[in-house]
Ligand binder design. Structure first.
Ligand SMILES: NC(=O)c1ccc[n+]([C@@H]2O[C@H](COP(=O)([O-])OP(=O)(O)OC[C@H]3O[C@@H](n4cnc5c(N)ncnc54)[C@H](OP(=O)(O)O)[C@@H]3O)[C@@H](O)[C@H]2O)c1
Length: 229
């Protein structure tokens, strides 16, 4: 399975490093300027070659790392090439001040993207993963959560399997409409982190779920305390 990451910005670089660690040469990378994408790859010390957008769009899984305002026109433009593909949406529809969203409460960036490309499978992931978190996604023994949502059970499972080798706790977040909550969790985490002075090194690890994110001895202790889990 080939994965294409599109965009050389902060999230593009973070995702490139993470996917490259897991999948090496099966990762395709590009931006609006291929030469700049190549320099980005070299700056990160990775041994792949930047590809053109046309080549990137041949991949099975496409991850556009654009801002929401640029994402829908971009998806509209490449609608044909995106047909039948899994498109991982990482966008949060922030306003200009980064203190609210441009979407209404009864929708989400992911759902709006799915409307533009109905013949593609849109999957929400990494919406709560601030770019610096990719460098160290484990804090005090706890992995950062990645909530994966899609309207197709099969596609969600495919993406969860794809992300499994990565140093995150990958969680099944159900249908795409759950992106409304997942995206707004980023908004809340941003405000909390700014108050705490820890922005942007912030992400979620939902307390009380499974124990995968814990070190082995803590997992055993937690399992002994709660034999149902
Ligand atoms: N920053 C975070 O911590 C974070 C966390 C979770 C989710 N997100 C989401 O991730 C997305 C990117 O955030 P970021 O912080 O990585 O932003 P960024 O550093 O500003 O990067 C934005 C990217 O968009 C591309 N781009 C801009 N305008 C474009 C256009 N008209 N057509 C095609 N590509 C265009 C640029 O790629 P090229 O110049 O290489 O073409 C650039 O790589 C946003 O949707 C954001 O909500 C961000």
């Amino acid at each position: 399975m080939k994965v294409a990451i599109i965009g050389t910005g902060r999230m593009g670089k973070g995702l490139l490093k993470t996917f490259y660690q897991a999948y090496g040469q099966n990762v395709l990378f590009t931006g609006r300027d291929v030469a700049h994408a190549q320099r980005t790859i070299e700056d990160l010390g990775l041994s792949i070659q930047a590809v053109t957008l046309e080549e990137a769009l041949q991949a099975d899984v496409i991850i556009p790392t654009l801002w929401f305002s640029d994402l829908l026109p971009w998806a509209q433009e490449h609608k044909e090439a995106l047909k039948g593909k899994i498109v991982i949406d990482i966008s949060n529809p922030f306003n200009e001040n980064f203190d609210d969203f441009t979407t209404a409460y009864d929708t989400s960036a992911a759902e709006e993207l799915q409307k533009v490309i109905p013949a593609s499978q849109v999957v929400t992931a990494f919406k709560n993963t601030y770019w610096v978190v990719f460098d160290a996604p484990v804090l005090q023994g706890l992995k950062s959560d990645v909530y994966v949502a899609s309207n197709s059970d099969q596609t969600r499972e495919t993406v969860m399997r794809l992300l499994k080798p990565m140093p995150f706790r990958i969680l099944d977040a159900g249908l795409l409409k759950n992106s409304r909550t997942i995206e707004r969790m980023t908004l809340l985490s941003s405000e909390l982190a700014r108050k705490a002075g820890s922005h942007p090194r912030i992400s979620f690890n939902l307390w009380g779920l499974e124990h995968e994110g814990l070190p082995k001895e803590k997992q055993d202790k937690a399992a002994a305390l709660n034999p149902v889990s």
